[in-house]
Write a protein that binds this ligand. Sequence first.
Ligand code: GUN
Ligand code: ZN
Length: 442
Amino acid sequence: MAITTSGNTGLQAYRASVLHFMNDPAFHEDAITWHEDGLLIVKDGKVQLAGDYVQLKNMLPGGTSVEDYRGKIILPGFIDTHVHYPQTDMIASPAPGLLPWLDTYTFPTERKFADAAHADEVASFFLDELLRCGTTTAMVYCTVHPESVEAFFKASEARNLRMVAGKVMMDRNCPEFLRDTAESGARDSEALIQKWHKRGRQLYAITPRFAPTSSDVQMQLAGELARAYPDTFLQTHVAENTDEVAWAKALYPKARSYMDVYDQFGMLRPRAMFGHCIWLNDTDRARMAETQSAVAICPTSNLFLGSGLFDFARADAQQVALSLATDVGAGTSFSMLRTMNEAYKVARMGGTFLSAMRMFYLTTLGAARSMQLEGTIGNFVAGTEADFIVLDPHATPLLARRTDRTDSLEELLFAIALLGDDRTVTATYAAGRQVYLQQKNE
Ligand code: GUN
Ligand code: ZN
């Protein structure tokens, strides 16, 4: 097979170990693709081929320069399926649980996004921080202000990132200064869909914050938008905290459960992403699986706020689509490696063993599948968008010491998952372009 070129333009090649997934390693053999001495070939922002260096090197047209990352690992960029960019400046704010945390820190912080210049500045910092951590796609909550969404998509478009974001809809049980109305929330959301959904790499998520802060009419209109624009995303919170579950029950007494509130309004569907999902029952999980709705598991946030432990065993038994997420500002790190570390421990507390392979799957192809974006991002199948990262197993003295003493690929990846963080990310590429390179301070 020859590498097609049109005058050699836009052809790039990267040599390193190459890791990606074709399936969920928890349920399928041969789910993992690993090239110890690998080559990733990128053309015009898309993956052309990934394979063994010795097999592919002769297919490169003479004169193609090969970026040498030997000793490092190339894998698809991480995908964070639930994060709040306006909460960047309040990460690590202490409060005794979700509801006081929202009142004390979150709402006053989000108020500032009525100012477009402030939103611009935070959106730029946030995206650069994601790239520093190796995250190339995220599902992002903005604030109730349409300006906050404009700022975010502008900053994402400028970096040519594949991002999903939406305007928070909330018309009750929150401060007056953060309230839309059922009608204005739907109207502003629809205008943003028409402007931004599928413009370049940008994708829109209809974003009712959570059932307690939306009226019945707003929930109804959000559900109608979700039906009118079936290839948009939908994101919200559900069953995060026992006080919140009791509140939702009191507000929607006729619903079978908190998740059933969303179901009644037609919000369970492909491309719907539900944050947390800790306090669900088996009927809720069965409905998620049937409707191809997905979970964003947020372990650093859940431990930080004391919300609870996600039940991996029940979710897997019922074949619910899973992904991992930071949930910053309640989450305590932007790093998906730190997130894996805490996901591993949460799973252990529930009696489940998460392999490193599974965690790397969940943060790449698993997330892409949860978002119905397989074939676009998440692995290195030919034609996918070339969003990838370079991880350094020697990034810190301890990580180097440990990874030099591993006996298998699983052990190597496990050490990186448990000991890694932003320092482990050497470089990040989006659509074939380098968007971050770690500066060595030697
Ligand atoms: N539930 C409703 N809003 C939020 C939020 O901003 N963060 C978290 N963790 N949970 C929420
Ligand atoms: Zn959240």
